[in-house]
Ligand binder design. Structure first.
Ligand code: ADP
Ligand code: MG
Length: 657
């Protein structure tokens, strides 16, 4: 019979089988479960078979056409058909031995071989097979009739790496498609984040560092997707986030792919080098990290806006603050709250004359608002002047020696509006109607602390408590600025550990809303939005189960994908996360959880149930069980430690932008 033609390309199915990792034979198998017969010496040769490890069961000629390889997960020990009999014999032997001597020899007779036999209970995870020369993994089993006589191996090193990093040809194609859209050659990158680890005790199965199987998060799984990081406090959630941020930054730089990353840092642990962790993201990527705070601090930008320049932003901040406080609502205050500061638009006006008239009125309204701020003690930006145009008739009536168009100081402006109000009745008579627009009138009331009837109102005083929300030296909207950094592929850290909690929440939401809105606008304009990853710590506060789904965070989690927004959220409370969001989370990373309630919540998803025992038992820091979009089953991984020193060295050797 002629030999089959030798193919030069290595057969990916055959490469999965490592003969020296033989651990036994498949006894029986069905669609769900399999039992493996193994022996102590075989296991030892393969450096142990820890619980939850992967096994491959293959026919001897599995690489031939139609060949297939079962992928199994060890879930426990299995009784073999003759177990009871063997156990009985063992007990007899042990009795004899203890009677002979304490240090008695090993079982030397025939029974020894039997005693070494054992069974492994496994779950069937799927079947690897070849299709058009490509490795494919079916996550169920088509047929198992021919299973008898399959040899079982514990995959290690390269084979293990192939298994845990398996991506279906379909997803690979979409990764290429996305890469092509972004102008990259080849596939989207992969982000290495740890190495496979099956059990807490990893004396044998993980070997030396060099031989470990690296686990990657695929960009195609991660970008524009949702990733959850669960685990008790101090089990490595923040480390996972740091590791992700740095690996995404490094890889995207090497690939010349811009990925903006923004971290909602509630405890200030990403922005600052803390002693215990030596080094922070900001230190590792000094040129690519921008830190923000609500309080002036060297090395940090201010999150706040300049109320004199970002008028609408400042006004909406004030509105939120006033609505959140318990001020008595006068008619003027209500009118102030419902004002908007949209500049008139030419296309909304009937004529050029009308547009000019409206623009002039708008200038006066702005000046009146700014005068209120100044009166309330809001610091003026450097070189700021109040300026607006009024027609000569009014100008001469109010104060012939001052032309507001030339710019006025705050006291001059106050005085000007005061005089104007005094002669307002006269002005009405001379011009036939009040020339002051209603909003401007309200603002002047607040400025002068008098309502239309001349009665006292607190007016500008109501704005005094919120002075600290204004940043006099900022020239652009902080949200725009942050978004631009993200578009440029930078790491933005919002250090929310200092400042007023109410304002912190408002600002956090406003920034999130701005990012979503800007990216959505790009998407709706038929363009590709930039890739942005948002990291949120203590997520139970933010996308908790009681949060309305129309709030900004649930909206991002639900709809951000279209706008290429990825969200990574970390919390120790699985059960506190909105079920709709959890159900739509593509990647889940879990480290130790200490109670059955939380585990139960998780066990509803995928095959996390297989790890229930181990998740409660093993408290090892950074020992995570990971389900990604590409992988049809959970993979146990030791997350790499974020090592600032090593990252810095890598950064120095890395490619430039
Ligand atoms: N994968 C890891 N390997 C080694 N040490 C880690 C790992 N993950 C975290 N640590 C260390 O454990 C401590 C707690 O980790 P952290 O990420 O802050 O936990 P969490 O955010 O879950 O509270 C830190 O000192 C951190 O450096
Ligand atoms: Mg943490």
């Amino acid at each position: 019979m002629p030999k089959p033609a030798e193919t030069s390309a290595p057969d990916p199915l055959a490469q999965l089988i490592q003969k020296n990792q033989f651990v036994g034979w498949l006894c029986d198998v069905d669609y769900e479960q399999a039992r493996v017969l193994t022996r102590d010496d075989w296991k030892a040769r393969a450096r142990g078979v820890p619980q939850n490890s992967f096994l491959l069961a293959a026919t001897v000629d599995s690489h031939k056409p139609g060949g297939e390889v079962f992928l199994l997960r060890v879930t426990g020990a299995a009784a073999l058909p003759a177990s009871e009999l063997v156990a009985g014999l063992k007990v007899e032997k042990l009795k004899q031995r203890s009677a002979e001597s304490a240090g008695g020899g090993a079982f030397t007779d025939l029974a020894a071989e039997q005693f070494q036999l054992g069974g492994l209970q496994c779950r069937v995870l799927g079947q690897f097979y070849l299709s058009h020369g490509q490795l494919r993994l079916g996550c169920d089993v088509e047929s198992y009739a021919s299973a008898a006589g399959l040899a079982v191996y514990r995959p290690d090193g390269a084979a293990l790496e192939t298994i845990v990093n398996y991506v279906s040809p379909e997803r690979l194609a979409s990764s290429r498609e996305e890469a092509r859209r972004l102008g990259l050659a080849g596939d989207l990158p992969r982000f290495p984040i740890g190495t496979v680890r099956f059990s807490s005790t990893d004396r044998l199965h993980r070997g030396e560092e060099t031989g470990r199987a690296t686990f990657h998060l695929n960009a195609v799984d991660f970008l524009a997707r949702r990733t959850a990081v669960f685990g008790m406090t101090r089990t490595g959630k923040s480390n996972t986030v740091k590791q992700l941020v740095s690996v995404v930054q490094r890889t995207s730089r090497d690939f010349n792919l811009k990925i903006g990353q923004i971290i909602y840092d509630l405890n200030g642990e990403y922005a600052n080098a803390n002693q215990q962790d030596r080094g922070s993201l900001a230190e590792v990527f000094p040129a690519d990290t921008i830190r923000y705070r609500m309080m002036p601090t060297p090395g940090f930008e201010l999150i706040l806006n300049n109320f004199f320049r970002q008028i609408a932003e400042g006004h909406s901040t004030l509105r939120g603050l006033i609505e959140g406080s318990k001020f008595a609502r006068s008619a003027d205050l209500e009118a102030f709250l419902s004002m908007d500061f949209d500049a008139p638009r030419k296309e909304d006006c009937n004529s050029d004359y009308e547009f000019q008239r409206q623009s002039a009125m708008y200038q006066i309204k702005l000046a009146a608002y700014q005068a209120v701020l100044a009166r309330a003690g809001y610091e003026l930006p450097p070189d700021f002047k109040f300026a607006f145009e009024v027609n000569p008739g009014i100008r001469n009536k109010v104060n012939p020696s001052v032309d507001p168009a030339n710019g006025m100081t705050a006291p001059q402006t106050f005085e000007w509006f005061q005089l104007m109000r005094q002669i307002q009745d006269e002005l009405i008579t001379s011009t036939g109607a009040s020339w002051v627009e209603p909003d401007t009138n309200v603002l002047i009331n607040l400025l002068l602390q008098k309502n239309d009837q001349g009665g006292y109102i607190p007016g500008y005083r109501l704005l005094q408590p919120f002075k600290d929300y204004h940043a006099p030296n900022r020239s652009t909207d902080v949200c725009d600025e942050i978004y631009q950094h993200l578009v440029n592929g930078k790491i933005v850290i919002l250090d929310l550990s200092v400042g007023d909690p109410v304002q912190r929440e408002r600002l956090s939401k406003r920034i999130a809303r701005h990012v979503l809105r800007s990216s959505m606008a790009t998407f709706n304009a038929g363009q590709h939005a930039p890739h942005v990853v948002i990291y949120v710590e203590e997520a139970h506060n933010i996308i908790g189960r009681h949060e309305s789904l129309t709030e900004i965070w649930p909206t991002i989690a639900k709809e951000g994908a279209k706008a290429r927004l990825a969200i990574v959220y970390a919390t120790q409370e699985v059960s506190s996360i909105h079920p709709n969001i959890l159900a739509n989370t593509e990647n889940i990373i879990v480290s130790h959880l200490n109670n059955h309630h939380e585990i139960g919540e998780l066990a509803k998803y995928y095959d996390f149930g297989d790890f229930a025992g181990s998740l409660i038992r093993a408290q090892d820091v950074g020992f995570a069980r990971i389900k990604t979009l590409s992988n049809p089953f959970v993979i146990p991984v030791q997350i790499d430690r974020f090592d600032p020193e090593r990252e810095k060295r890598r950064g120095a050797g890395g490619k430039a932008h």
